[in-house]
Design a protein around this ligand. Structure first.
Ligand code: ADP
Ligand code: MG
Ligand code: ZN
Length: 623
């Protein structure tokens, strides 16, 4: 019976094919060296001859020096006739005449106790030593620094490098918040003593989180460049295709080397490739290598002292799939969000990249920034490059505006397919949605102040955001406050409804949060008049699940459940109604905000309040 292919696969070691080839190549080379050194060379250099011939050589004066051992005699030939033979040796015969012959010819001779083996042993030892050295070299490669283990062909390929990156913060634009957060790290790397003296703890691991292409890798290199320290980097994805045991050895080696060069930065790019949640079932298999490597990384991170001045940075665009063990205190516990740039950020990034090309007079970078909503740094670098190529193709002496326009148009269609940029209409809907949240939050008396609104997605979430920050820590929240929060949550959706007579899927998250909040009000906080001051459900609920988890393990009747649902619906409808009233009364402000948001993409809280208050003063009817 033929073996089904997937079964057959199981027997093969999980070497990637090209590497297996290089193993054989290497093996052949080793054999060749071995044969050369241990067989041919010594054979060519030490020649065993019959005693009679040896004696004849002495008689003919062909030896320049002779050694007499207990059971061997050996002689070094005079250079001219040797033909590559370095030592002649013969089994000793009891022959006192030999001495006389030697004396007669004036050949220097000496006795040796065990040494008669010396030439022989030497001729074997040298090659063996060489061979050992050769193996050591290979083993070093296995455990050590070079990249894809046995692919000697691409010699010097590196897994990590130790060098100054030469990148500075000036090369990274549009991510000012992330830069601010990283300044402390740079400060520390520059003067570790200053911090050490006071005994403060320095973060060991810093995780850069953000969508692809926002400049995480660049930023990590810039931190090293700013601090002027060595930068050791490796990429998580490189470990996936590695031989068993190599990844872990490499991590060990990396940390060892880095500690010798402290202060320095270890950077692990694409941490998610390495740090995915460890598989639950051991049967699944296939991931052991990655897990070993991850385990080793955890061990190394725990085992070393950040006061030595080594900072570990990592980058990922999928923090949600990381093994929680990686995020524990003492590991990657400091998170820095590297976000998509807004219009001003994009302008700065374009300026950085335009430094390298020759711009025509008519290029207006502000306009370019306005036309590239949703683009990240890598996209913008691409735009500039593409524009330069287009201009070159047209034999221009400088890159003109039309080249940029065309480059942007080309990129937009590709990015729209990848859902990285939004269409005009989508942007408008989001602008109204976020303005709705913001305006209602600013209009109700007890809500948290709006910190910022934006139509540029934040982090990895898909759409815009309204960021509200509480003005003080809260432990108790009243019913009316909760009702207002509910109203704010529903306001985004209400604004869409009001303006477009239609709702989009963008409001789903809001709706979920609002629903579970309303449910908690009814069933956990006893805030419903109809159901009275009692809780429904399994008594005390786990503290941290509050709000995110509806009732579980119901101990209530169907009828009560229905009543709860009804009460939840009433709360939601009331909140929706209220949001509607607030927004409708201030429709002009809503429009202004939305348009301002479309134009600027991000509005800070203070500016927002200013717009609202000036508009209210202008037309005091709408309150
Ligand atoms: P990530 O690691 O977040 O995916 P990279 O750092 O690899 O992004 O960015 C790729 C390239 O895009 C960079 O080498 C740089 O040329 C450009 N780039 C990305 N973000 C920025 C930025 N904020 N400022 C300037 N250039 C950027
Ligand atoms: Mg990267
Ligand atoms: Zn919303």
């Amino acid at each position: 019976m033929p073996i089904p292919p997937e079964k057959k696969k199981g027997f093969l070691p999980s070497f990637p094919p090209p590497s297996r080839e290089s193993v054989w190549w290497l093996f052949g080379l080793a054999m060749l060296v071995w044969v050369l050194f241990t067989l041919i060379l010594p054979m060519a250099q030490v020649k065993q001859i019959p005693y009679s011939e040896f004696k004849a050589m002495v008689r003919e004066g062909r030896l320049q020096e002779v050694t007499l051992g207990p059971s061997y005699v050996s002689g070094i030939p005079k250079d001219d006739k040797a033909q590559g033979v370095r030592i002649y040796t013969a089994v000793k015969v009891d022959d006192p005449d030999l001495i006389k012959e030697l004396e007669a010819k004036g050949v220097p001779y000496r006795g040796e106790l065990e040494g008669k083996w010396a030439p022989l042993i030497l001729s074997w030892l040298i090659p063996i030593a060489l061979l050992l050295l050769f193996w050591k070299f290979i083993l070093d490669k296995l455990g050590g620094a070079q990249r894809n283990l046995l692919s000697i062909g691409q010699s010097k390929a590196k897994l990590y490098v130790d060098r100054d990156t030469g990148v500075t913060f000036d090369d990274v634009a549009g991510v000012d918040e992330a830069k601010d957060e990283l300044r402390e790290i740079i400060d520390y790397l520059r003067e570790p003593e200053k911090y050490r003296r006071l005994g403060g703890t320095i973060p060991k691991g810093v995780l850069l989180v953000g969508p692809p292409g926002t400049g995480k890798t660049l930023l990590a290199r810039a931190v090293a460049g700013e601090a002027r320290v060595p930068f050791f980097s490796m990429s998580g994805s490189e470990f996936v295709e590695m031989f068993v045991g190599v990844g872990a050895a490499r991590v060990r080696d990396l940390f060892e080397q880095a500690q010798q060069k402290a202060p320095c930065i270890i950077f692990i790019d694409e941490l998610d490739a390495l740090g995915k949640v460890r598989s639950v079932s051991p049967v699944a298999g296939g991931h052991e290598e990655r897990e070993h490597t991850l385990q080793q990384l955890l061990v190394e991170m725990d085992g070393f002292d950040s006061r030595k001045g080594v900072i570990i940075m990592a980058a990922t665009n999928r923090p949600e799939i990381l093994d929680p063990a990686l995020l524990r205190p003492g590991r990657f516990d400091r998170h820095v969000l590297v976000d998509r740039p807004d219009i001003r950020g994009r302008e700065d990034i374009l300026r950085v990249h335009c430094k390298r090309i020759k711009l025509a007079q008519d290029v207006d970078i502000k306009v370019l920034a306005a036309r590239t909503t949703g683009f990240v740094g890598a996209d913008l670098a691409n735009v500039v490059n593409e524009a330069a190529l287009l201009a070159a193709r047209r034999n221009k002496s400088a890159v003109e505006m039309e080249d940029f326009e065309e480059a942007i148009n080309r990129l937009i269609s590709g990015l729209e397919k990848k859902r990285r940029v939004m269409s005009q209409k989508e942007q408008e809907v989001i602008a109204y949605h976020e303005s709705g949240h913001a305006l209602v939050a600013e209009s109700l008396p007890q809500t948290d102040r709006v910190h910022r609104i934006s139509i540029i997605p934040r982090g990895i979430a898909a759409l815009g955001y309204t960021l509200q920050l509480p003005t003080q820590d809260r432990y108790l929240i009243t019913r009316s406050e909760l009702l207002e929060r509910l109203t704010v949550l529903l306001a985004g959706r209400t604004a869409e409804e009001l303006v477009f007579q239609e709702i989009s899927t963008g409001a789903q998250d809001d709706l979920e949060r609002a629903t579970s909040m309303a449910r908690s009000m009814v069933s956990a906080y006893g805030m419903s008049e109809k159901l009275g001051p009692m809780t429904y459900g399994p008594g005390k609920r786990p503290q941290f699940l509050e709000e995110t988890m509806p009732l579980y393990g119901r101990e209530i009747s169907e009828e009560t459940a229905r009543e709860i649902d009804q009460e939840v619906r009433t709360l939601m409808t009331e909140a929706h109604q209220r949001a509607h009233t607030v927004l409708e009364a201030q429709r002009d402000i809503l429009d202004t905000l939305a348009h301002k948001l479309l134009e600027k993409e991000t509005i800070e809280g203070d500016e927002l309040r200013e717009i609202i208050s000036t508009m209210r003063q202008a037309s005091p009817t709408s309150t």
